[in-house]
Design a protein around this ligand. Sequence first.
Ligand code: PMP
Length: 316
Amino acid sequence: MYLEIYQYTEAAFRSVMNIPDDYAVLFLAGGATGEFSAIPMNLLPEDGIADYVDSGNFAHGAAVEAKKFGNIRIVASSREENYVRIPAFSLSDLDANAAYLHITTNNTIFGTRYTALPETGDIPLVADASSNILSEVYDIRKFGVMYAGVQKNIGPAGMAVLIVRKDLLGHPRANTPKIYDCTKQAEADSMINTPPTFTIYMAGLCLDWVKDQGGVSALEQVNIEKANMLYDCIDNSKLFKGTADKEFRSRMNVTFVTGNPDSDAAFVKEAASNGLVNLKGHRLVGGIRASIYNAMPIEGVKKLVDFMKEYEVHHV
Ligand code: PMP
């Protein structure tokens, strides 16, 4: 009975992401953080090397976790600039023998995203797309692996999805725990042990919703409109200032400040009393952050923009 539910969700996910047959799709407990470990355990040989781009807190965390398993090189980092942009790098900066290059397509806390994917030649591109999967169209063929915690755009918390090109499977570290062994998980339809059944079921329903919206390409258009509306408001404001470099602005997480932490807090509080909740920036950076994932309708963003304009009149 359950297998039908699992297969429904997998088929729906393959359909909305347009995933070719030579890629396996896994639904795994442990969230994206679990995959920070699973990636090197499955893809990095004992004596191998992997390249990581440090573009934010989670990108950094992925590299820190991977270092437990082997030789990790940080190809580029914007850490010293408070992660306001995606750091620049090119193919020649990569180690020709790297097992993979790891990137984070959208940096949830800092509000930046890769506006173009890096050129990696024959080196498989591994991407943590936790906070922008299903928000824009990706050609999965450009990736060796894409993974994501599901809790932003796919379904309720408690799971990660992993899309992996099948030829990359088959070489896990000898001591890889079996629940982290992507090869075994792929052979077992992600059911080496009891899978997150309810989350998988709910993800299937959310994917139906994605289809009803017209699919990822239709959602992408709405997301562009939502983000533009908010960034226009910020750019035309005398009170609010965007924190991310314009070239790399996220469409999912819009980060901004007033320039004064007390004023930021006052704005967040008054917004909440007007029904606009969860605008406090991540505890690591403070400020203000509007996370406008797929589930946030355009009307919600309009309401926020109207509130910001009105607030500005009284607080500049
Ligand atoms: N990567 C990114 C980009 C994230 O935004 C998050 C969570 N917000 C994580 C990784 C960690 O995900 P999880 O909580 O599913 O382990």
